[in-house]
Design a protein around this ligand. Sequence first.
Ligand code: GDP
Ligand code: IMO
Ligand code: MG
Length: 429
Amino acid sequence: MGNLIILGSQWGDEGKGKLVDLLAEQFDFIVRFQGGHNAGHTLVTGGQKTILSLIPSGILHEHVQCLIGNGVVLSLSALFQEAQMLIARGVPVFDRLRVSPLCPLILDSHVALDLAREKAQGANAIGTTGRGIGPAYEDKIARRAVRVADLFHRERFAAKLGEILDYHNFILQRYFQAPPIDFQRVLESNLDLGERLKPLVADVTGILEKLSIDGRNVLFEGAQGAMLDVDLGTYPYVTSSTTTAGGAAAGTGIGPRRLHEVLGIVKAYATRVGAGPFPTELFDEFGEHLSRVGREFGSVTGRRRRCGWFDAVALRRSVVHSSCSALCVTKLDVLDGLDTIRICVGYRIDGRVSGTPPLLAGDFAECTAVYEDAAGWKEPTAGITRYEDLPPNARSYLERLQALVGVPITIISTGSDRNQTIVRHSPFA
Ligand code: GDP
Ligand code: IMO
Ligand code: MG
């Protein structure tokens, strides 16, 4: 076998959590490498739903060790809240979880800055999750972040925190006319939680290096999606991390030759939360169908997700960004009962049709989708676990997507439960 990266290949919420949980059977270790608690990964096992934001989606498995790599921005309060929820359900989180000392911390002031900035932007707001993700990454790049390791040197932590809060409070009060954040409260809460975190802190890169030498298998769990990548997505309507495959190396400290396969997760249609270009967005009864049947409401914020047809143009690009070796198509069952299903095969820009997306979000917004129609199916696909049992038109639809994107579809999800899955080829077959 080898190491596998699982990524969102659209705008997030493709069903990464379900797939990580399902494939966890085959892995010894699962590691998150970017993002923070802006993610919301849903697992359903035997009808029981678990939503994870920060803790890797393999945590329910007894044999799996979960790691949080240096690329993740960490809110200690979110981490312990999530751990508490799992412990209450009998999951021994602290036996199974290790955290890199290099993770930058998300502070209350990052959250306040995120919210103040979004409010000030008014109609131009990005529609962030309000979790402080962007401001925390800004501080990391600006080399002033406080990181997990700093928590274990009280004086040093207090001094660094004092500087960063002075700066944040200056912007909050003077620029945004927002209330300041209390230093003492942030200091004490982080130091308290830091003491609880201490036994979990470990050299994640060192662990991964040893695993590689021992021939153990690691799954790298992406958050968000390719089109939300800070460099390659629909900037500025993106998140603040590298959501494409390269992030797995940088966010764990392991080199790219240790990453063997890349499984891109896509919905059988498309959704997006927050603002930004979305050429296949629907405002009609089909959009209503996808929203209602697909229950397209954010798992973290509860916000309504925008819905649209499958976009093969954007997907081809995100497959390039992550060198996807295979695709998993989720939520096929949501299309059950539609007479016709549309697939975006080109973008019309200034009267010309292009097969590649524009590089700039401004130009993206000018595109109209060019569609090809596929025949729908009446028979339910929900819960089907064998490819041969799918209605012929559902198979034709999947085969057309595969041909358009040029990457094999090896897994198909037909329901939210772990078992409602067709595995045509295991990622390592
Ligand atoms: P993630 O962020 O990529 O892990 O995805 P989310 O958990 O935010 O959103 C995916 C939603 O779709 C969750 O509510 C899942 O339970 C659900 N889901 C996943 N796969 C399927 C599927 O094949 N069919 C249906 N109907 N729901 C699914
Ligand atoms: P998972 O891992 C969908 C979106 C937000 C917003 C933009 C920036 O569950 O797929 P941020 O708070 O990151 O600064 O917000 O990114 N966004 C997501 N959309 N799924 C996610 O995560 C997302 N995480 C962030 O809606 O448009
Ligand atoms: Mg999600």
